[in-house]
Design a protein around this ligand. Sequence first.
Ligand code: NAD
Length: 296
Amino acid sequence: MTKIAFIGLGNMGGPMAQNLVKAGHDVCGFDLVPEALDQLEQAGGSKAESVTEAAQGASVVISMLPAGKQVESLYLGDDGLFKTMGNRCLVIDCSTIEAEVARKVGQQAKEQGIDFVDAPVSGGTAGAAAGTLTFMVGGSAGTVEQARPYLEIMGQTVFHAGDTGAGQLAKICNNMLLAIVMTGTSEALKLGIDNGLDPAVLSEIMKSSSGGNWVLEKYNPVPGVMPQTPASNGYQGGFMVALMAKDLGLALNTAASSHTATPMASLADNLYKMHAIRSGSHQDFSSIIQLYDSAD
Ligand code: NAD
């Protein structure tokens, strides 16, 4: 049994932490939202009143925070964990953030003898709950092996993408593609619906045809087509529009610095921005299909 501090118990971090508890680890969590702490406690973990308290005596710290600024502040801030954390600790950051921030945190960790990997995930909230996430890990081969037993509890597949920051780069390539696939799939479904097709039947047809993709298999954007999706739950939970917009920003910034042409990502970025203006940014990102609804 390992003492694990888990920081960030939201849509993803909550179920990931619970899976570590189920596997027999001693998990102490911290989040800004009291209900998230209560849920971990009900699942058999414990709750802390601060990140420092959560990390007290822990040999592994896992973070699942919204963006780079929270991760940087958690580890490197004035009251950051690296100020008090002993060496030989293992830090696994699963948030999706700038590769640059992951490298900065990783460098500081190295200077202090702390082992660090960036380990962003794919698989959504359903994958987090089922323990079937895919991890894309950046760091030294030795540190990835140290992290593997914990990652394999929360996920099914662990890829070593390269050095520190490489996990983040792989993740933003993936999410850039997901954003494009979600808008494209929404567009095709809307065309069918507007011309009298049943979206469930159309989805089945496309899933088994050359247009088949992950969105049709696991995350259909039309309410009622798949029972367990955010679309069938009022677009609540899941992966917020705000987070997809963040990931598209990360991809576009990276593309700008490597002079890579990303015209489809630019279009998807604008579509998500327009959607956020019209409908807010707290719904699940599959709600982008609403952007294709006519005004009447
Ligand atoms: P979320 O907003 O549901 O959860 C984030 C949690 O972090 C919240 O509970 C929030 O209160 C907490 N938090 C914020 N600042 C904090 C701080 N300073 N200290 C402690 N807790 C703090 O977001 P999520 O959907 O769980 O996503 C988390 C990360 O995972 C993001 O980087 C996202 O891009 C990535 N991700 C999400 C999904 C998904 O399907 N939701 C899939 C893959 C990756």
